[in-house]
Design a protein around this ligand. Sequence first.
Ligand code: SAM
Length: 205
Amino acid sequence: MKAAERARRKWDRAALGYDLMAGGAQERRWEAPKRALYRTMGQGRILFVALGTGLDIAHFPPGRDITGLDISPAMLKRAAPRIAAYSGRLQARVMDVGALDFPDAAFDQVFTACTFCSVPDPVRGLLELHRVLRPGGTLGLFEHTGSRCFPFNCLLDALTPLSRLVGPDLNRDTVGNVLRAGFDVESVEPHYLDIVKTIRARKPI
Ligand SMILES: C[S@@+](CC[C@H](N)C(=O)[O-])C[C@H]1O[C@@H](n2cnc3c(N)ncnc32)[C@H](O)[C@@H]1O
């Protein structure tokens, strides 16, 4: 079975319990940094990668033109009421970030949260985001990553083989992967002992 199909099945299975697991205390903790990131959504064409069950939508500024995607139809089905309630233009499509069905330079901005800890081939996905962003366009990520703080770095390495079975890898080098995909990294803001980061990057002109 291909990696993308395995990812789709894993997240389809996770959809039913996802809001219970991630929608309570965790989402309240993430609210301030997510809002700060999404506040930079402008008036152009926005791609939001991995809508999941739509927990991010409550933090989007109103009135934007957003195309959302997720590899899991079951996650998007649960997101439907949140998508319908958004006071702007928000359409969702089932799609693998590693094989985007959009032309080059189709978007002015790309955002995502808690995604590149999960996708099977993160650099391939980031290369696709690079392709569909216009030159000078921005990429904003809020991501689980490895930590630079001892002993959390060792803990995250130890937990990742288990966490990967049901959800994300906890120790990815996402800042390095963003650079590998050809972006300029403009800022990295650590949260919670550096296990989560806000990363702002730009496609060079
Ligand atoms: C941890 S959830 C995050 C969802 C949401 N952004 C949030 O913060 O609640 C990870 C999401 O990434 C999606 N995903 C995993 N691999 C993907 C891929 N290759 N392409 C698109 N979405 C993917 C999963 O279906 C899941 O909805």
